[in-house]
Design a protein around this ligand. Structure first.
Ligand code: FPP
Length: 271
């Protein structure tokens, strides 16, 4: 199963997408793709097959985002906390990632055609060397594409990312490259793994859990948060539309807050 799917929306989906797109649309959506194992249990399948279905749903969701003209997506694919799961499950998730990034390398033409830039956010040193290498190849291969952006958070937690950014600034001060007084919110944002991206407009978590689990804590301070009960592998186009409607209902108050109270902040998505 490939990352970049071709396909059209059906008539009803197309009409609904056009109605939605008459309103303000998020330009950057982040997903906590939760519920793969519960889905596997519910369907009496192997846990690894639940994660595989989770990947397939990611590919499908990217296609829906393309149809909704959402140019940037960030997903939580593997948390640093996930290393604490059983060796069998960790190995399975790393193997799935290896296979999918290898498959991505075969899709060069398609990625170029759609202008897809893939970034991987996290501490890649925590990963096996062969996986680091295939990820690096995929990132380098797509780095100049600029129509849509997929940020895959892998070996990632937000507190680790922020700590890393603080450490970088401290090292800059120690080496005399910057002054302590140069340390600012803007500089810290620049030191995050996500420094190339606008902040997400909308963050969606599936499976009914209502917490952020150490995902994009800095970047989502003013994003619209939507928690949905559906398990990730069962996510549908209509679930995505419902989340976008939530965003539209809250759009004005979020924008007013950002421009009135926090005029100097990095705007939510500015693409
Ligand atoms: C959370 O559900 C999901 C994960 C820890 C893994 C998410 C990974 C994918 C969807 C595959 C993506 C792969 C690539 C290469 C991008 P869970 O396992 O915590 O399930 P549960 O909440 O039901 O226990």
């Amino acid at each position: 199963m490939s990352w970049i799917r071709e396909g059209k929306l059906n008539l009803l989906e197309r009409i609904s997408a056009n109605i939605l797109m008459a309103g303000p649309m998020p330009k950057h959506v982040a997903f906590i793709m939760d519920g793969n194992r519960r889905f596997a249990r519910k369907k009496h399948m192997e846990r690894q097959d639940g994660h595989m279905q989770g990947f397939n749903k990611l590919a499908e969701t990217l296609l829906w985002c393309k149809h909704l003209s959402i140019p940037e997506v960030t997903v939580y694919a593997f948390s640093i906390e996930n290393f604490k799961r059983s060796k069998e499950e960790v190995d399975g998730l790393l193997e799935l990632a290896r296979q999918k990034f290898e498959k991505l390398l075969e899709e060069q033409e398609n990625l170029e055609k759609h202008g897809v830039c893939i970034r991987v956010l996290g501490d890649l040193n925590m990963l096996p060397l062969d996986l680091q290498q295939v990820i690096a190849k995929a990132v380098i291969m797509t780095k100049n594409h600029n129509k849509c952006f997929l940020n895959v958070c892998f070996a990632y937690t937000s507190r680790y990312e922020i700590t890393n950014a603080v450490r970088e600034m401290a090292s800059g001060v120690e080496q005399g490259l910057i002054k302590a007084s140069d340390v600012s919110e803007a500089l810290l944002s620049e030191c995050l793994y996500s420094n190339d991206s606008p902040n997400p407009d909308l963050l969606i978590r599936t499976s009914g859990e209502v917490r952020l689990s150490d995902f994009l804590l800095w970047q989502t301070s003013h994003s619209c948060l939507v928690f949905q009960s559906v398990l990730w592998p069962e996510y549908s186009f209509w679930n995505l539309c419902e989340a976008v409607v939530q965003y539209q209902l809250n759009h004005k108050s979020i924008q007013d807050f950002i421009s009135d109270v926090l005029p100097s902040r990095k705007p939510e998505s500015s693409i």
